[in-house]
Design a protein around this ligand. Sequence first.
Ligand code: 4GM
Length: 238
Amino acid sequence: MKFDILTLFPEMFKPLSESIIGRATSNKILEINLVNIRDFSKNKHKQVDDTPYGGGAGMLLKPDVVWDAYNSVKSDDSKVIFLTPQGKTLNQSKVEELSKYKHLILLCGHYEGIDQRVIDKINPEEISIGDYVLTGGEIPAMVLVDSVSRYVSGVLKNGSEIEESFSDDGLLEYPQYTKPEEFEGMKVPEVLLSGHHENIAKWRRQEALRVTYNKRKDILEKAKLTKEDKKFLKSLEN
Ligand code: 4GM
């Protein structure tokens, strides 16, 4: 999968060279191409922004510069996303949907806004990572690259994508334990030491239900639940 990221601050994306995303990029499973919008300035001073018509504080990215940067990467099968607080909030089902594209173009604004005409012309899908304002779209773009890449085949070593939080049945993860068997007087749940795989699976399912019920009742509505699950949830209500 290829990401083209349009930004004034390509150096902000260094964290994507680390860990799982960094390895997948080295292995050519992912391609992350950083495009510096400033390279498309027509101006000898490398100017990319100007004052807003009608007055007011701040500067705006010039539409022609953004348009040229966009056209340098656009292809027939690209999906274009603008990271903005005005967008629909990103969630796991949107993440999974985006992972089906071969080519994503991510447009990052910074503290300065962007001339509305080039937004209208490109007509990107607008996505927000949550209801708060940041100094730029770069961190949201990294959040999107990381979350989407987890669904790209070969990015995660094991098949762990299917068993993790949110991904499969919409439940939160069950609690997990490793050595030592006793820590500060707290023991690992007996069933996990029993070697009884059926009982372990049942316990994990019920703990996932319990955690989701206690922490995020709101997402239980959309979760895929069996009759057994619902019976167990009823027992938690008392
Ligand atoms: C306004 C318009 C995204 C602000 C375009 C971007 C928060 C998010 C910016 C922009 C942002 C978010 C930059 N802040 N919640 N700031 O996803 O690029």
